[in-house]
Write a protein that binds this ligand. Sequence first.
Ligand SMILES: N[C@@H](Cc1c[nH]c[nH+]1)C(=O)O
Length: 406
Amino acid sequence: MPFDKQLPQGVSDLYSNDYEKKEYVIGQINQLTKLYGFKPIQTPTFEYYDLFMSMPNTLDTDQMIKLIDHDGKILVLRPDATIPIARMVASSADKKPFERLSYVTNIFRMQNGESDVFSRSFTQLGVECFKEKDAYVDVEMIVLAIESLQAIGVERFQIDLGQAKFFQSLLKTMNLTPADERLIQEKLEQKNESELEQVLGKYKIDKKSKNVLMRLTDLFGNPLSVVNEAKSLALNDDMREAIYELEWVVQQLEELNLADYISVDLGLVNNLNYYTGLMFQGYVHGFGRSIIQGGRYDRLTEEFGLPMDAIGFGVYIDQLIDVLEKQHHFLKHETIQVGVHSEKTIEAFQVARQLRQAGMVVNLFSYETELNVDLDQKLIQLRDEHTPFESTEDLIDKVGHMYGKN
Ligand SMILES: N[C@@H](Cc1c[nH]c[nH+]1)C(=O)O
């Protein structure tokens, strides 16, 4: 019986049209990350399940795709890129790894648990910077995120800035179990005010902390006014410090004339719980899911025995392509057809080479046997006695003209 050709749910083939879009988007952003000094690396597609479970409250077991190794140990397909990179950096032999690492990789993660098979494999491009904490790096990362989206022409996007330390320091005042904290975080992430209130009602928490927590559900918008309001809500020094750090970043971005791209959301939490300071997410108007997620994570490598401050972000490439498609950003590349006549083969190759050197996409066809090619795609025919183009400039001039480019 023939194989029934079906694919598992949530994965798909990528035909050249779509692959080219992906290649283009990745290429543009990579070009930029290189200019910022990031060096590409790769971690394995699967690793031990225990690696990801050693980070409490980060990824749920039912978000991961598991495999059994030959010795019975459980493996998982990479559900996150940042954790393995932290492992890699901490285990590098000379303990002096590159500071700035970048990657393009597939991530296998069921965002909403086991039943969510539709988004379980996606591509992420990311950068991670391992360097002693310095506020300018936080600013630089946001600038890189903004420039990455600008480089591919994304319109109407916004980067929401948050502060993990603000929320975490507030939680600390409540003395809850990790499971309770997780539940509160989940409700806050969903901005579900009524359920958050219900959940909070179950615990003995002082009124002040509860009120501040409830305020987080709508503490977002204009950066400096949110920051100012948050200052008056801070209940301890850590919360105050978190806000001052955020304020400084906002001020620098404003001075860099990037205020239009940013907003602050102090209710911003991420179920990837390794963030310790500045956090950010990139959104496009009219498109619900974030296309960029990142932040500072100063305690992750410590889990692997090498304390190192770090910050990074990941671009959700497939989601970004959906956005670009909606915003009609992909121009069709015109393919120039060059006819090859058996007595003029060399000339055809020469013309094709010149055109390609000028950056044009060229397909050859046999002028004698394939004359039925789509004549709408304008042809360069080499039937005549002379080669039609004198020089590359002449060629581009004429071809450009034929295609209305001049
Ligand atoms: N790993 C994060 C993105 C990130 C990279 N570096 C820091 N955060 C994610 O998958 O959303």
